[in-house]
Design a protein around this ligand. Structure first.
Ligand code: ADP
Ligand code: MG
Length: 388
């Protein structure tokens, strides 16, 4: 399969309700959906309090469920691959919830533990078509979908920014991933036909209109995920904090390029810091350029961002570099860059609509791996669903 076509929220909901009824022999009482996301630009800067510019995708995680009058939580998930996984754990005391095996259940437990009130035992079914581990944040999609489902079940509504923060904390505390705020924020607050410029320091955000009529946002999944040591992300985070500490700043958001010349740290740390400071500037610029529909300049900054992620942040890989090189030599491509944490996952490109078909066939014939394409119309963020 080389095209990922979104199933749509209604189909996912139907699938989830039908699985719930056949598994638990009753109807679910609450339901919610949350999308995946792709970041246009502002990579590896959210944890440095920088600006990021993501969009919510038309791929969703849907959660349905109901209380079960016990102290146990039973959760079943049908993955995008069709595989089913199941977990059960005690919810007697939210504070006693502990991370453990299976790994995927930590995303759900983390959300339950961080929900503002203790939740009684429940049964739930999760259905998702968000590609997992491909850099489009299936993890935040799952966390925010489960949180929104709990809001519907308990009738407790949480302020959206607070909700994003609680879901981020869930990912820190349970799976143990020290992620920034971007993923949970866009998955919660995304809006159809808009990108969201997020200030990761103040947590203020601005919707940037992005109706894809003359241009297309194409995401190409490289279909590779290099397992390095697993500590690359925390390492980059620590290196950036080291540079900020040496400059006496709370984060690299407050640093300028001139400041960096004062750093006496090792070359590697300097390179990371340079990426962050320049990427933050690029991101603010792209938000302005998008409003003016200056796609040519947006594209130039996409390529710059990729170079920087590859050479300074060193989070790219040969497959992502090859995909970007193919884009660079193709007609009608304004720009392309790796998106997400790196070492595999996806490339995002801004393309003239009429050139889309020829670009796809060029990628299919030249790329060494198995590319999977999806066209991304910016979509709405998390929401409660009505069960029909
Ligand atoms: P990404 O967020 O880029 O997709 P992560 O490694 O952060 O990649 O998160 C992927 C992990 O999240 C999976 O390995 C799995 O543990 C969990 N996960 C995501 N979506 C689901 C789902 N629908 N059901 C069960 N687990 C999921
Ligand atoms: Mg993730």
């Amino acid at each position: 399969m080389s095209e990922a076509v979104p199933k749509g929220e209604e189909v996912l909901l139907k699938e989830a309700v039908s699985k719930f009824v056949s598994t638990y022999n009753r109807k679910p009482l609450a339901a919610a959906a949350a999308p995946g996301r792709v970041n246009l630009i502002g990579e590896h800067v959210d944890y440095c309090e920088g600006f990021v510019l993501p969009v919510a995708l038309p791929f969703f995680t849907v959660v349905v469920g109901a209380y079960n009058s016990t102290d146990e939580c039973m959760v079943l998930s049908i993955l995008a691959s069709g595989q089913e996984v199941q977990t059960s754990f005690s919810s007697t005391e939210s504070s006693s919830l502990q991370p453990g095996e299976p790994g995927w259940a930590n995303y759900v437990k983390g959300v339950l533990a961080n929900f503002p009130e203790k939740v009684k035992g429940l049964d739930a079914v999760i259905v998702s078509d968000v590609p997992m581990g491909s850099g489009v944040s299936s993890s935040a999609s799952l966390e925010v979908a489960f949180f929104t489902f709990l809001e519907d079940l308990t009738k407790i509504t949480v302020d959206p920014v607070k909700k994003a923060q609680l879901c981020q904390k869930a990912e820190h505390d349970f799976p143990g991933m020290p992620c920034g705020i971007m993923d949970q924020f866009i998955v919660t607050l995304g809006k159809k036909d808009h990108a969201l410029l997020i200030d990761c320091r103040s947590l203020e955000s601005k919707q940037v209109p992005m109706k894809c009529s003359d241009v297309v946002l194409l995401v190409v999944n490289s279909s590779v995920k290099h397992q390095l040591t697993g500590s690359e992300y925390p390492q980059r985070r620590a290196q950036c904090q080291q540079a900020a500490d040496e400059l006496g700043k709370p984060s690299l958001r407050s640093a300028t390029i001139q400041d960096l010349s004062k750093l006496k740290c090792e070359e590697l740390v300097l390179k990371r810091a340079k990426h962050v400071v320049e990427e933050i500037t690029r991101t603010e610029l792209v938000a302005q350029l998008l409003e003016r529909k200056d796609y040519k300049e947006v594209g130039r900054l996409f390529y710059q961002s990729h170079e920087s992620l590859s050479k300074l942040m060193e989070v790219s890989c040969p497959e992502l570099d090859q995909l970007v090189d193919i884009m660079r030599s193709s007609d009608g491509v304004f720009g392309a860059r790796m998106t997400g944490g790196g070492f595999g996952g996806c490339v995002i490109a801004l393309i003239k609509k009429e050139c889309l078909a020829s670009l796809k066939s060029k990628v299919r014939s030249e790329y060494k791996g198995n590319p999977v394409f999806f066209e991304c119309e910016p979509s709405d963020g998390a929401r409660i669903l009505k069960i029909g």
